[in-house]
Design a protein around this ligand. Structure first.
Ligand SMILES: C[S@@+](CC[C@H](N)C(=O)[O-])C[C@H]1O[C@@H](n2cnc3c(N)ncnc32)[C@H](O)[C@@H]1O
Length: 343
């Protein structure tokens, strides 16, 4: 598999290695037979997709079949075999069709040097900031994008953005001069949907991210509002290198999916310490088995730590900071698990 090119905060807290380590812990037996069977099945799946593209078959049907078949293959192979198969898929000729989709292409090429950057999310948000790239796609690329932007993961991410805005609004309704911190904020697109921001109800909304380009984007997009864009990382938060103050609401979306459990526990503890009494911390993590992991890990080269509700609960159970209330829920779409902790 193509490796990520950079350690996100220079200290490798969020890296491909942390994800593969998580994966390796589940490995039972490395079997040659299974590799050969997997290779044969993958070759068939990819060649069926290639033939369908070449024959101009309906793109939605081709993508649906490809996604389902990759998912079925992933679910019956060991993580080590799957890692081998993803690297084969990525060099298969069918990728020349799939990479015409601007979303698949951005994810695979990683222009920012790492997976899951804020511009990739803009393709998922169908945000005007990526209109030019979307309009420049070939007719086939546009049809594939119509599929990938409607995938379960993409629908879940758009729902997540809306839920985050609603959480911020609820906090602002219940607390005068509320202070909010978004960790791994990306482009903070949820702020565009917040009524509390529009009606100046917040004291400050700090948007922290390790990527200076995203920090710059937030800074110019929300100039003149209470939003403060800050360059920082999980490491700077854990190392208390920045004096961020205390908050009524802290949240992290699109981050825990990259964090090994030990780092997730430490970050959660630190976030709880930064809350005012009665404050809330929300973490979001993609749920396992939403049906698109196979496609994302192959053609998008976007591996994540997909967790079960029990695995999210296990992070909370290991936290050594007093919690007065906790709830683990899913959104309507079910693709993202949310934990909300109150101190
Ligand atoms: C998938 S995006 C999510 C962005 C935003 N929260 C959203 O939901 O649209 C992940 C973001 O996490 C940031 N990130 C990744 N590792 C980080 C770290 N160690 N510290 C701070 N930010 C990090 C990336 O720069 C990127 O903007």
């Amino acid at each position: 598999m193509k490796q990520f090119q950079t350690a996100l905060d220079g200290y490798s807290l969020v890296t491909a290695q942390s994800i593969s380590k998580h994966t390796r812990s589940a490995v039972s037996k490395f079997s040659n037979d299974q590799i050969k069977e997997g290779e044969a099945e993958l070759a068939l799946v990819l060649s069926l997709a290639q033939q369908a593209f070449e024959a101009n078959a309906p793109v939605q049907d081709t993508m649906k079949a490809l996604t389902e078949r990759l998912q079925a293959l992933k679910s019956k192979t060991t993580p080590m075999t799957w890692a081998h198969l993803t690297s084969l898929a990525q060099v298969h000729p069918v990728s020349s069709f799939l990479l015409q989709d601007p979303l698949t292409r951005w994810s695979f090429e990683k222009p920012r040097g790492y997976s899951g950057d804020a511009q990739l999310l803009d393709f998922i948000y169908e945000h005007p900031a990526v209109d030019v790239q979307v309009k420049a796609a070939s007719p086939l690329g546009a049809e594939i994008y119509d599929f990938t932007r409607m995938a379960a993961s993409a629908v879940a991410v758009r729902e997540r953005r809306d839920l985050l805005a609603a959480h911020v609004d609820t906090v602002a309704d219940g607390t005068e001069n509320a202070e909010v911190l978004a960790i791994a904020a990306g482009h903070l697109r949820e702020a565009e949907r917040s009524n509390a921001l529009k009606s100046n109800k917040l004291k400050r909304w700090v948007a922290l991210d390790q990527d200076p380009i995203s920090v710059g984007t937030v800074s110019s997009a929300f100039r003149g509002t209470c939003i403060e864009a800050v360059n920082g990382s999980v490491r700077t938060i854990l190392g208390r290198a920045q004096k961020l103050g205390t908050f009524d609401f802290i949240y992290a979306a699109g981050l825990y999916d990259y964090l090994a459990e030990s780092v997730a526990v430490k970050l959660t503890e630190r976030c709880l310490q930064m809350l005012k009494p009665g404050g809330k911390f929300l973490l979001a993590n993609f749920a396992q088995d939403i049906g698109v992991e196979g496609y994302m890990e192959t053609f998008m080269n976007w591996p994540l730590i997909w967790r079960t509700d029990r695995e999210v609960q296990s992070i909370i159970d290991k936290v050594k900071h007093p919690i007065t209330d906790s709830a683990v829920t899913r959104g309507e779409n079910g693709g993202v698990i949310y934990a909300v902790l109150t101190v």
